[in-house]
Every structure is written in C-alpha cells, then in structure tokens.
Design a protein around this ligand. Structure first.
Ligand code: ZN
Length: 220
C-alpha cells in the first residue's frame, strides 16, 4: 500500500499526486432501489483517502473477518486544475481524464454504521478500498454519455451509462467544489449503477469503458 501512482493508458505516469478521492453515493436511481435506500435530495458525498488507492490490475485483497466486500464499478474522473466553488465551464476545463474504479465497500459494516447514523469511513476507506484503472485523456473520448461495464468470470454484472446519473458529472463536480477544494491529481468517483454484489476469492473481473479502456483483475 501507499505506492499508488496515476498512469495513462499507455503506461506513462501522470505527474500529479493523488490527494483524495471524492465519491458520491446513490447517483443511479436503480442502484439506490436495489439496496432499499431513498434517493437523496442533495448529492451524498464521502471521501476515500489516498491510502485507499491501488492499481486495479494488482490482485484484489479483501479485508478479512468484516463480512461481505461489495464491488461497485464507477466512472473515475481525474482532476487537472484546482476547483473551488467552480462553474460548469471551469469543471469542464479541469477534467484531465477518465478511468474506471471499484468503490469497494464492506457492506455489512456499512449497514450497521447506517443504522447507527455513523460515518461510513470504516466501510469505504480501508487500505485497498479504491482500485483505480489507468486514465484515458478526456479529449480521446467522444463527447456525450459514456458507457462502462463489469463482467465477472465472463458474465455481465454491471452496465453503466452516465446519461442515467441523477447528478451528471459536471454539475456533480461543481457541487463537490462548493464543499471541498479539489486539487490536481484528485479523483472523483461518480457512483455505481445497479448490480453490485460480493467479491469472491478466485473471481476474474473485467472492466470496460466505451471501447477505449479495458482492464482485468482477480480476487485473491
Ligand atoms: Zn459507490
């Protein structure tokens, strides 16, 4: 842990430090429904520390003895400029690249935290809780909605279309920047579509963004 460094798809390093990973919960209505959660009135934000990041292609190591570890496949946005109380056009100029992430979640721990009204960090911020793919430069992706998928052992598990987001990417990041300054190298996770479930030892996960990024990993 602790040796994570952003990379571009071609393997070259992105010379920006990862400071924090700002995440949104329940950004797809059908995912909120599958966990019997209400759709929030304003974006439900939380942060994973930089120590949660790992390269997604390394075998995934799950915490032991804390119940189910769920995968949540999410579009990741790499921030390239500082953003504080940003406008939509400032956010657009600050998006350096897109990648894919797993928002790994200790689901049983999270359920008990939710019941008590406690913060989610114990369920969301552990070492290794944010496997990240390499990034694709923003200008290499078509404008418009982005599609991504997760297959486990060859079976389709999750299909995401950014057009289904309750808070679309640019207004979401603008809103985040009213709460926390985003710095170059920070990453925004944009929420998971439906189809989340537990990781099981020996599984192979294949993630794809449009037809430009494909990564594969296994569960230890
Ligand atoms: Zn998530």
């Amino acid at each position: 842990m602790g040796d994570y460094q952003h990379h571009w798809k071609d393997g070259t390093p992105v010379h920006l430090p990862l400071g924090k990973i700002v995440c949104v919960g329940r950004n797809y209505a059908e995912h909120a429904r599958e966990l019997n959660n209400p759709v929030p009135e304003e974006p439900l934000l939380f942060i994973k520390p930089s120590t949660a990041a790992v390269h997604i292609t390394r075998p995934l190591v799950c915490p032991k003895g804390q119940g189910a570890v769920h995968f949540e496949t999410e579009l990741a946005v790499l921030i390239g400029r500082p953003l504080t109380n940003a406008s939509a056009s400032e956010v657009e100029r600050a998006i350096l690249g897109y990648g894919l992430a797993l928002d790994l979640t200790l689901r049983d721990v999270q359920s008990s935290l939710k019941e008590k009204g406690h913060p989610w960090e114990r369920a969301k911020a552990f070492d290794g809780a944010c496997p990240l793919s390499p990034f694709v430069a923003a200008d290499q992706l078509a404008k418009g909605d982005l599609n991504f998928t997760l297959d486990i052992d060859g079976q389709r598990q999750q299909t995401g279309d950014t057009g289904d987001m309750l808070n679309p990417i640019v207004p979401l990041i603008a809103h985040m920047s009213t709460q926390f300054t985003l710095l170059p190298g920070d990453v925004v996770l944009t929420g998971t579509p439906k189809g989340v479930g537990p990781l099981v030892s020996g599984q192979t996960l294949s993630l794809e963004l449009e037809d430009v990024l494909f990564v594969e990993t296994t569960v230890v």
